[in-house]
Design a protein around this ligand. Structure first.
Ligand code: PDD
Length: 281
């Protein structure tokens, strides 16, 4: 496998960044994960726009201009033979002697890109069987709208899920409303047939898959409301599903050990998943 690290294509096994990189010391960096389908980068423009927003919220510069970045991404995909898979792109503030405040002199941002083919069978199985989730209090900071590499709460949540035989952890805010998953956005279909997902103004990452699914649903004539819902609403839902760039739309069939709907993947998530690839650029 080949990785791109700060201007060079290197063997994945030898790829390394400096010990004083601020990504390593302070999680002072941002990232994107993108899906690749039949050689095409799904929702590329939206992912690059969000990368730009994350960088600007942290006053980190672009590591290179956007056109060059796209060329590098394509090279990484090509060198790794990725046609159906994903790439991971991380930009940190760069290397500076340890000091909490941003370095006074401008440093060059560090960039790393890796790519791999995905295990299609595992994804198909999750879509066919559905996944299990747990809920837990949202203990993250207030700026989850920035896609930073500071993911320790998310890692702990996923670990808790794994220890309970589940694949995702769904966060709940102090008022009892669902925010999002450890690495996904959460959706429910109520008894009224209406699909709901939390508004992206506060408390969640504005998922790219989420944004595209809103377009897809509109085109399919599926009614979706960007409205908060409680854990109780979710547990009593007809369907629950989660979305992210690498998993698109996984049905959730059990939460905290309680069966959702009839315990099988629902029709709405199936319809949305199938429509997704006709519309995503
Ligand atoms: N996670 N919410 C969180 C906290 C996420 O980490 C992600 C994505 C999403 C979905 O966003 P998108 O549709 O843009 O992928 C929502 C990526 C896949 C990850 O961390 O691996």
């Amino acid at each position: 496998r080949i990785a791109y690290v700060n201007g060079r294509y290197v063997q994945h096994a030898d790829a390394a960044v400096h010990i004083e990189d601020r990504g390593y010391q302070f999680a002072d960096g941002v990232y994107e994960v993108c899906e690749v389908r039949q050689g095409m980068i799904v929702d590329m423009t939206r992912h690059l726009d969000r990368l730009g927003r994350s960088l600007s919220e942290l006053s980190i510069g672009w590591p290179m201009d956007r056109r060059a970045l796209i060329l590098v991404i394509r090279q990484v995909l090509r060198k790794n033979g990725v046609t159906n898979g994903m790439f991971y792109m991380q930009v940190t503030r760069g290397v500076a002697r340890r000091d909490h405040a941003y370095p006074a002199h401008s440093v060059k941002p560090s960039i790393v890109i890796t790519a791999k083919n995905t295990d299609r069978k595992a994804i198909d199985k999750k879509n066919a069987d559905g996944i299990r989730a747990i809920t837990l209090p949202d203990n993250r900071w207030d700026r989850v709208d920035i896609k930073t590499v500071g993911l320790l709460p998310n890692a702990m949540a996923r670990q808790a899920a794994r220890e309970q035989g589940a694949q995702e952890a769904i966060y709940v805010d102090a008022e009892g409303f669902v925010t999002e998953g450890a690495a996904t956005n959460v959706w429910m279909v109520g008894a009224d047939g209406i699909v709901r997902t939390r508004p992206a103004e506060h408390g969640i990452l504005r998922g790219i898959t989420r944004t595209t699914l809103l377009d897809v649903a509109a085109k399919e004539g599926i009614e979706i409301r960007e409205e908060r819902f409680t854990v109780e609403d979710m547990l009593n839902a007809r369907e629950v599903f989660i979305t992210a760039a690498t998993s698109i739309c996984f049905p959730v069939v059990s939460i905290d050990g309680k069966t959702i709907g009839n315990g099988h993947p629902g029709l709405v998530s199936k319809q949305i998943r199938e429509a997704f690839f006709d519309i995503a650029e």
